[in-house]
Write a protein that binds this ligand. Structure first.
Ligand code: ADP
Ligand code: MG
Length: 324
């Protein structure tokens, strides 16, 4: 289950590894963010993510929410490195200059920027199909950034928060299942106004051997950790953190499928060495971090999903691949 997706093949073939890696480039292309040695007190962390209308958000998404999400998904990549946000740029492609749309977009953008404590320092504005690209810059103390490549056999696999809610919200929207259910607004909130685990990422970084944010679905993103660490894993499906709201809106099979392969969770997935798991539990308790151990790292390559009886099940969809 850890064969590279077409999107990653494309990046590998055409963009990564085409230049010599300077000594100060501590983490090059291939992780949630690049890490660059800056001075003795810290390292720069840089990431970039784009939201395109109709692909990353439905046509009906409010401009406020588009802006919030465009910034939040980048903050999530900084969180996965254990970094602190500092500055960002915004490149906006707009079909038209609509003042009402722009004022709502701006309101959402600066609400998110205030929430995540990050400052807009530039960007670009062009006419074209609606697309929002953000580049975020953060900082991290030397040697504190957590990569995808550090998982070892025997490590526990943990996820923060709960999974599958944004994917379920999208499924409900696409089926037109808008009718009343008290849990639905919460699911829509998870889809449209993600709250990346920034503070948790910084605390978890001290314990994690590898970490990634879950943006393309648990199986796909854990798959990147496995591939880059040269290991495999088992995950017990019954241990997946599924919220009461998710269970109230979709059946068990769909909830599990959303949690395993749906996108847009913006939770963190991390691996932790056995001897650090107790310290992790203490950090989790003291800081009210919602943390679930879902499986463990094994030497046999690939991801094995175990059903309620402990039997290995096969999955037909791993996660979101833009070029699949
Ligand atoms: P994430 O899901 O964490 O945002 P991506 O899947 O978007 O990560 O990208 C994987 C890695 O490939 C990242 O390190 C990213 O910076 C890099 N990357 C993606 N597209 C390009 C590109 N066109 N040129 C250079 N690097 C890229
Ligand atoms: Mg990421």
């Amino acid at each position: 289950m850890t064969t590279p997706s077409r999107e990653f093949r494309l990046i590998h073939d055409y963009f990564s590894g085409h230049q010599a890696c300077p000594r100060e480039l501590v983490v090059p292309i291939g992780d949630d963010a690049a890490v660059i040695d800056w001075d003795a007190s810290g390292q720069l962390v840089v990431c970039s993510d784009t939201l395109n209308q109709g692909i990353h958000f439905p046509d009906t998404t409010l401009p406020y929410d588009i802006a919030w999400k465009a910034l939040a998904v980048n903050i999530s990549d900084l969180a996965a490195m254990g970094a602190t946000p500092v500055y960002f740029t915004l490149s906006l492609s707009l079909p038209a200059a609509d003042a009402t749309w722009l004022s709502s977009f701006s309101e959402g953008l600066f609400a998110a920027a205030g929430e995540f404590n990050i400052i807009l320092v530039g960007g670009d504005t062009t006419r074209g199909p609606l697309s929002v690209a953000v580049t975020a810059i953060g900082s991290v103390a030397p040697a504190q950034a957590v990569r995808r490549c550090g998982a070892s056999v025997g490590d526990g696999i943990y996820v923060t928060g709960s999974l599958g809610e944004a994917a379920a919200a999208l499924a409900l929207l696409s089926r037109g299942e808008v009718a009343g259910n008290d849990h639905r607004p919460y699911l829509m909130q998870r889809l449209n106004r993600p709250l990346p685990r920034l503070a948790w990422g910084q605390l978890l970084a001290a314990h994690a051997s590898a970490m990634i944010d879950i943006s393309d679905g648990l199986c796909a993103d854990l798959g990147h950790i496995l591939q880059q660490s040269g290991v495999g894993a088992r995950v017990e499906i019954a241990r997946l953190p599924l919220s009461a709201s998710l269970n109230a809106c979709v059946d068990k099979a769909e909830a599990r499928s959303c949690a395993l392969t749906g996108g847009d969770d913006y939770e963190l997935c991390l691996t932790v060495a056995a001897e650090r798991e107790q310290a992790l539990a203490v950090t989790g308790r003291e800081n009210d971090i919602v943390l679930t151990r879902i499986g463990s790292i094994e030497s046999e390559p690939g991801l094995r999903l175990l059903d309620d009886q402990g039997a290995v099940i096969s999955m037909d969809r791993q996660g979101w691949d833009h070029f699949a």
